[in-house]
Write a protein that binds this ligand. Structure first.
Ligand code: NAD
Ligand code: UGA
Length: 445
């Protein structure tokens, strides 16, 4: 089976590499020529644990190819995965321009029966738009070529993308035609070895499932953050509460970690897009509005705690920030809580030294250049360098090396022994016993 994956970002590259790893021939297409050139040389555009060896080996074996030319890839393929970005438009709706541009290009070059799979996260009704865009091109060419459009949303998490793709909780396939279902069943068979994970459903149901899943996870987090903020005011440690409720199998332990807000390229954008889709149907999403509002506010909770301790004017104060990426295991800075914190600290007159094990380059590329030029933000090479002579340390991303640090060494380095823990990684009692002033999220002020 010759597969073409269009879009070589997190989803496209992982999808292409994992299908190739299972023996399929895959061509990955991207309009970004530098990305494609780098991939041919084994240089990955993203940090994703476990991905590099799969890409490099399958490229060497000839099962994985890279090109900037979709027509070239289409010469010997009849299964297309659209995995391009669907960023938020100005009104919050998913911007489908990249998806539809790919659909049009497919329509311009389609030669024989093919299946076009929407892998990108797209609103309900997009498969119909993709279908129409392809059909318009075929009509313009005056040819009759049958094709099916399938929805196969992706559920991988950054930082665990390969593992999630190889061992998914479920594979959602929205397909109306039996022959398309058969091709998808066959393609995913190697991922269903120990139990059947594929759920077949209608195309619109599959599209909605993706948004509902992300919105549910975002809701769990915002709900827990709300409880944490309340705990703060009441002298209750939310970590005990988290364990207490997580042990109820109906609630579960996952995605109820309170913190300084959810980020990334998906939860913020997908919650927004679902709210927007609902508005287009004249429906007011009261729960989702609150989920989004809580998260926007949650990203300021660390700064609020900092100003309650130091006062509103932070001029002359120095902060050491641990973690810049939106979560551990990735160099992705999109919608990261760290950015909101840095903006607020710098605007209040503070200077910041920040350390992230892998997101340094991404931070340099995405954060305002004048922060670096003015010396308001310095990125350090080592974790403890970020703490030298600082008035407080702020933990934003819970990378593993931050979880069990040398507190005595930290105390010696810091000007003041003050820790703001945005991910509740430390034991408040232990830190207080060591002489630190500690503030977590939902553990008392
Ligand atoms: P990304 O921004 O990392 O990559 C998208 C790629 O598509 C880019 O390399 C871009 O150059 C390329 N592209 C754009 N237009 C193109 C065209 N016409 N032809 C060929 N290539 C083109 O995006 P991503 O994070 O991989 O996300 C892709 C989709 O998958 C989004 O809808 C996203 O919501 C969804 N998704 C993402 C994740 C994730 O963890 N990042 C997980 C599940 C679903
Ligand atoms: C999320 C979903 O988990 C994936 O299933 C989905 O495929 C993906 O979005 C997507 O659609 O793109 P991802 O954004 O990569 O994956 O990472 P998560 O592990 O879900 O974390 C998202 C954010 O939530 C992070 O900022 C993280 O710190 C935060 N989070 C997560 C919490 O604050 N508390 C938690 O308990 C869990």
């Amino acid at each position: 089976m010759n597969i073409t994956v269009i879009g070589t970002g997190y989803v496209g590259l992982v999808t292409g590499a994992c299908f190739a790893e299972m023996g399929s021939n895959v061509t990955c297409v991207d309009v970004d020529a530098a990305k494609i050139e780098g991939l041919k040389q084994g240089i990955l555009p993203i940090y994703e644990p476990g991905l590099e060896p799969i890409v490099v080996n399958n490229y060497k074996e000839g099962r994985l190819r890279f090109t900037t030319s979709l027509p070239e890839a289409m010469a010997d393929s009849n299964l297309y995965f659209i995995a391009v970005g669907t960023p938020p438009g100005e009104d919050g709706s998913a911007d489908l321009q990249y998806v539809l541009a790919v659909a049009r290009e497919i329509g311009q070059h389609l030669k024989a029966y093919s299946i076009i799979v929407d892998k990108s996260t797209v609103p309900v009704g997009t498969a119909e738009k993709v279908q129409a865009a392809i059909q318009r091109e075929l009509d313009a060419r005056g040819v009759h070529i049958p094709f099916d459009v399938v929805s196969n949303p992706e559920f991988l998490k950054e930082g665990a993308a390969v593992e999630d793709f190889m061992r998914p909780d479920r594979i959602i396939v929205g397909a109306e035609a039996e022959r398309a279902r058969e091709v998808m069943r066959n393609l995913y068979a190697p991922f269903n070895r120990n139990r059947e994970r594929t759920l077949f459903m209608g195309v619109r149901e599959a599209e909605m499932t993706k948004y509902a899943a992300n919105a549910m996870l975002a809701t769990k987090i915002s709900f827990m953050n709300e409880i944490a903020n309340l705990c703060d005011l009441m002298g209750v440690d939310v970590e005990s509460v988290r364990e207490g409720i997580g042990s109820d199998a109906r609630i579960g332990y996952s995605f109820i970690y309170p913190g300084c807000g959810y980020g990334g390229s998906c939860f913020p954008k997908d919650v927004k897009a679902l709210i927007r889709t609902a508005a287009e149907h004249g429906f007011d999403t009261q729960v989702l509005n609150a989920v989004e509002a809580r998260n926007n506010q949650q990203k300021t909770v660390l700064f609020d705690k900092i100003t309650r301790h130091f006062g509103a004017d932070l001029s002359g104060l120095h902060f050491g920030v641990w973690g810049l990426a939106f979560k551990p295991g990735t160099d992705d800075m999109r919608e990261a809580s760290s950015v909101v914190l840095l903006e607020a600290l710098i605007a209040a007159g503070a200077t910041v030294k920040a350390y992230d094990p892998v997101a340094r380059e991404a931070a340099r590329a995405t954060l305002p250049a004048d922060w670096f030029a003015s010396g308001r933000l310095v990125l350090t090479e080592h974790q403890y360098d970020a703490l030298k002579d600082v008035d407080a340390m702020v933990l934003v991303t819970e990378w593993k090396p931050f979880r069990h640090p040398d507190f005595e060494a930290m105390k010696r380095l810091m000007k003041q022994p003050v820790i703001f823990d945005g991910r509740n990684q430390y034991d408040p009692k232990q830190l207080q016993a060591l002489g630190f002033r500690y503030a977590g999220i939902g553990r008392g002020e």
